[in-house]
Design a protein around this ligand. Structure first.
Ligand SMILES: C[S@@+](CC[C@H](N)C(=O)[O-])C[C@H]1O[C@@H](n2cnc3c(N)ncnc32)[C@H](O)[C@@H]1O
Length: 238
């Protein structure tokens, strides 16, 4: 059953789907595309392998995975407007034979155990109430030996980077978002505080420990853009 966090995420993303393929790149000074490219490079799949792209949004990551590895990708998201845009993008790039879409929630995925050879997750954990059970649900659908790769925003470690990061997330983002639309203002105002909250409640070392506890003992992470983004990856044992 959808929870309050799901409704909040749906409201946020339904309101920005139309401009989603352009705005995150612009607001991040084109770091966004580098983070996604690095995320995709951490996958370990081959042609015709089945990959889940969770939080697929407008299918940017799903399309990259299909193009790079020739694998079959299922993109899952809870926002109808994002999925509609994703459908349009997949058709426009002639990828209907490799990328399919399904409405769904990370907390309760509509797939059997051990279905996927690889799973990508982007920017999910600020929108879930129970990190451990959601991560467990994601790992459930990954085959033993399969790779989970995850991208989240982070908080820079160095104080000299933290100051401009703070000004950027608390000042620039809401202002720039507001100049685009009401929907982007809502996202811009939510983003910074939600990143800090996740960073405090789920520090990176604790999150890595959780991956180990849930069956990915080789979990590793890399900071990108001075820690403004974090990519994690690990292989399911068995
Ligand atoms: C920041 S977007 C990422 C989109 C895309 N993967 C990308 O990298 O550009 C996050 C997406 O997560 C989706 N989302 C948020 N909470 C979710 C949940 N619990 N289950 C499934 N999707 C969720 C939102 O609807 C949104 O489309």
């Amino acid at each position: 059953m959808a929870c309050g966090s799901n409704q909040h995420a749906r409201r946020l993303f339904d309101g920005i789907a139309r401009e989603y393929d352009l705005v995150p790149d612009l607001l991040s000074f084109f770091q966004y595309r580098l983070w996604r490219r690095y995320l995709v490079s951490r996958l370990d799949v081959g042609p015709d392998d089945q990959v889940l792209d969770l939080c697929t949004g407008t299918a940017g990551v799903a399309r990259q995975v299909a193009a790079r590895y020739q694998s079959r990708v299922v993109g899952v998201d809870l926002s109808t407007a994002m999925l509609k845009r994703a459908q349009h993008n997949i058709a426009r790039h002639g990828q209907k034979n490799r990328v399919s879409l399904a409405a769904g929630r990370a907390e309760s995925l509509p797939f059997a155990d051990d279905t996927f050879d690889g799973v990508c997750v982007t920017f999910l954990f600020r929108y879930v109430d129970d990190t451990e059970s959601t991560l467990q649900e994601i790992i459930r659908v990954l085959k033993p030996g399969g790779r989970l790769v995850l991208l989240e925003f982070g908080v820079p470690h160095f104080w000299w980077a933290r100051l401009p990061w703070y000004a950027y997330t608390r000042g620039f983002l809401p202002l720039a978002g507001g100049a685009i639309s009401r929907g982007w203002w809502r996202v811009g105002a939510f983003l910074g505080p939600s990143i800090s909250r996740l960073y405090q409640s789920q520090p990176e070392s604790k999150f890595l420990d959780l991956w180990g506890k849930l069956g990915l003992p080789d979990a590793t992470l890399k900071h990108l853009s001075l820690g403004g983004a974090v990519v994690m990856w690990g292989t399911k044992e068995g």
